[in-house]
Design a protein around this ligand. Structure first.
Ligand SMILES: [Zn+2]
Length: 286
């Protein structure tokens, strides 16, 4: 039987800082991060079907589309070989072979990079659940949480640019409801497991070296000082936010929500997510 693949799995809601964590972890010499690899099925199709519509956000961090990227072409080649070994086909629509397909893919990534561990920031609880049930993976869970009001503000601001009158794509209050449900369910479902690690984004941004060292220690690895300068390394992440394509940058909390939320938004947001804010030890006052 094949050895299980070690996966650091980031579980969290969008706009909670997973891209930052993913890039820092992926800059370790033994960990490869590939972003929201859950989306890979879509890109798999693009290798053979040029009618799939791709947007700018679909590009690999290296700047080109996945099917044009040398790294992903090598992964594709390896994956086909792995699948052949398992007498299966790379088929991301096949739910029954979900774990096996992902095993072939992650194994191919490790082979191409020569690294030992994968950081999967797909964030999705169902994918995590599936990996946990399988003996193909050895999973370390990072439940990443950010202040509900900051997350909702960030979603609601998406697509809205200063000076332009444009309707927000996401409703602040709806995002708060999602935050409440997502983090409560994730906490109740996974926090009793020994491989669960709770992480507040604010603690990561305030002291990345301390937090990342703790995570690495739990995975029998040591902190490498270059990791915090993640822009120096070539990454091939798929999906994730803009910080993955920027150059040199300072790791710091975006506190604009503290400034721009109206008193009503702040207090209603606080009330709506009070149980979670208390559970995760966030201040209620602005
Ligand atoms: Zn690439």
């Amino acid at each position: 039987m094949n050895a299980p693949i070690k996966v650091i799995y980031i579980l969290g809601l969008g706009h909670s800082g997973s891209t930052l964590l993913d890039l820092i972890l992926g800059s370790h010499s033994q960990i490869e991060s590939v972003g929201e690899i859950k989306q890979f099925g879509k890109y798999w199709q693009t290798f053979s079907d040029n009618s799939v519509k791709l947007e700018k956000k679909d590009r690999c961090t290296c700047g080109v589309h996945v099917h044009e990227c040398e790294y992903w072409n090598k992964v594709k080649h390896e994956m086909e070989a792995n699948c052949k070994e398992f007498n299966t086909l790379p088929d991301f629509d096949n739910k029954e072979q979900y774990n096996l397909n992902n095993y072939c893919l992650l194994k191919a990534i490790l082979k191409v990079t020569g690294k030992k561990m994968i950081c999967d920031s797909s964030k999705n609880p169902l994918r995590l659940e599936s990996f946990l049930k399988s003996d193909l993976f050895e999973v370390f869970i990072i439940h990443l949480v950010r202040d509900s009001r900051a997350v909702a503000y960030s979603w609601a601001r998406k697509g809205v640019r200063a000076g332009k009158a444009k309707e927000p794509q996401y409703n602040y209050y709806k995002v708060l409801k999602t935050w409440r449900r997502f983090n409560k369910n994730s906490y109740l479902q996974f926090s009793s497991l020994s491989n669960y690690f709770f992480l507040k984004y604010e603690n990561l941004a305030n002291n990345p070296q301390k937090i990342v060292s703790e995570i690495l220690e739990r995975n029998n690895l040591e902190f490498e000082s270059d990791q915090l300068q993640f822009w120096k390394f070539k990454h091939h992440n798929i999906y994730g936010n803009r910080i993955r394509t920027r150059g040199e940058q300072e790791i710091k909390i975006d506190g604009s929500y503290l400034e721009y939320l109206t008193p009503q938004e702040w207090w209603l947001g606080t009330l709506m997510t009070m149980t979670g804010l208390r559970r995760f030890n966030y201040p209620l006052q602005r």
